[in-house]
Design a protein around this ligand. Structure first.
Ligand code: ATP
Ligand code: MG
Length: 366
């Protein structure tokens, strides 16, 4: 069976590393040459996401199509949506259309009855309207944001006025203004929904960000059991509402024992990388099993695990710390083979099979 994946970054790489031992052929498609996925042996098509004819050819040469990247052009996703009646395409392209547009996403959450930050859709036309959300705000570009890119914090009316001065240079920019939630914790749920509608879920993982980029994940999250169950229920309801198949990541803020849904990713998620070394089954293997029509595993019993991202900042130093920790077999290094180390670029991660109490202080220096 041939699996085709749009995108060829580290998520595709880690999918490929699970697909091949399971006996599936792996094909990736992206505009990038010499990608992380190609590096581990994925057959790669190098072509633009906008090219419907190339996408069509790729689709017909594979048995099932999936994604490792959600920012595929809307027109391509709409084409794939029309093809999903005759081709196996998982997750449904509609879940990507929703996830890549923060307004559609937030409205979908509200429709399901979930609490979210208050928000306002800012366009040139709505920029004259008085906004009732109290400061501070985070203003996010409506589409194509990741790792906090395209986000601006606005403390007061003066900040907002200066933001507006440059906000509509092209005239058609769109933003989502969100109230800042003064959360106590961030958590996420990684789940996999199978073709029979069953869901496999690891339970909540706790996440810490630095400069808006994920830094550390702690599994299991240190939250009350009831909150964990609520998060699982909300994420499952979201997956059901999308008729989702595959692995997804759902991000929450925890404030005063309440859950605010932030966003979801229609693909394996950075906060699920700990599952590679949680002594159970990884989010990538679950994704491959789900999209290829297998039944869900019945026994998923992950052990406490930590994940630390390794960024391009001071990469050589981080690498030598990470390698020095490998003398202890509870550490597992995963590098993506990216060509160039840039500030803020995710180059790899280090997992630790154990707890914060057991981990070396050097782990935090990465
Ligand atoms: P990523 O792709 O890394 O998940 P993103 O660019 O899509 O990020 P968000 O996840 O919405 O954007 O925001 C990144 C981080 O910024 C959040 O994890 C959180 O730490 C902070 N943040 C975003 N929105 C809010 C909010 N409304 N209130 C408080 N903090 C927020
Ligand atoms: Mg996020």
């Amino acid at each position: 069976m041939k699996i085709g994946v749009l995108g060829s970054g580290q998520l595709g790489q880690m999918m490929c590393l699970e697909a091949i031992p399971l006996g599936y052929d792996f094909f990736c498609y992206s505009p990038e040459n010499d990608s992380p996925s190609a590096k581990v042996g994925a057959n790669s098509t190098v072509a633009p996401y906008e090219s419907i004819s190339d996408i069509k050819e790729f689709l017909s040469s594979t048995n099932v199509l999936s994604f490792e990247f959600e920012n595929i052009p809307k027109s391509t996703l709409e084409y794939l949506q029309s093809e999903s009646k005759t081709h196996l395409i998982f997750p449904p392209p509609e879940s990507l259309l929703i996830a890549q547009d923060r307004l559609l996403e937030k409205n979908h959450f509200r429709k399901l009855g979930f609490k979210t930050a208050e928000f306002f859709h800012l366009t040139k036309d709505t920029s004259k309207i008085e906004i009732s959300i109290s400061y501070p705000w985070i203003i996010k570009t409506l589409r194509f944001g990741y790792d906090g890119k395209g986000q601006v914090k606005v403390q007061n009316a003066d900040d907002y006025r200066s933001f507006l001065e440059n906000a509509f240079r092209n005239g058609n920019e769109e933003y989502l203004i969100e109230e800042v939630i003064p959360f106590q914790k961030e958590i996420s749920i990684i789940l996999t929904r199978f073709q029979n509608g069953e869901i496999v879920c690891y339970g909540s993982v706790e996440n810490e960000h630095k400069n808006h980029i994920l830094d550390l994940s702690i599994y299991p999250a240190r939250i009350p059991i009831g909150l964990n169950l609520d998060a699982i229920e909300m994420a499952s309801k979201l997956a059901d509402s999308l008729n989702y198949v595959g692995t997804m990541g759902v991000e929450f803020f925890v404030k005063d024992n309440q859950l605010y849904l932030n966003e979801f990713a229609p693909r394996p998620h950075n906060t699920g990388h700990y599952t590679q070394d949680c002594q159970s089954i990884s989010q990538f293997q679950l994704h491959i099993l789900a999209i290829t029509g297998n039944l869900p595993p019945t026994d998923v019993r992950p052990k406490p695990t930590l994940m630390k991202n390794i960024l391009g900042n001071d990469f050589n130093e981080s690498l030598s710390i990470a390698r020095s920790l490998l003398k202890d077999d509870r550490y597992k290094l995963h590098l993506y083979g990216k060509k160039e180390a840039k500030i803020g670029r995710k180059m790899g991660h280090l997992n630790f099979k154990g707890t914060l109490e057991e981990v070396s202080p050097l782990f935090h220096d990465l």
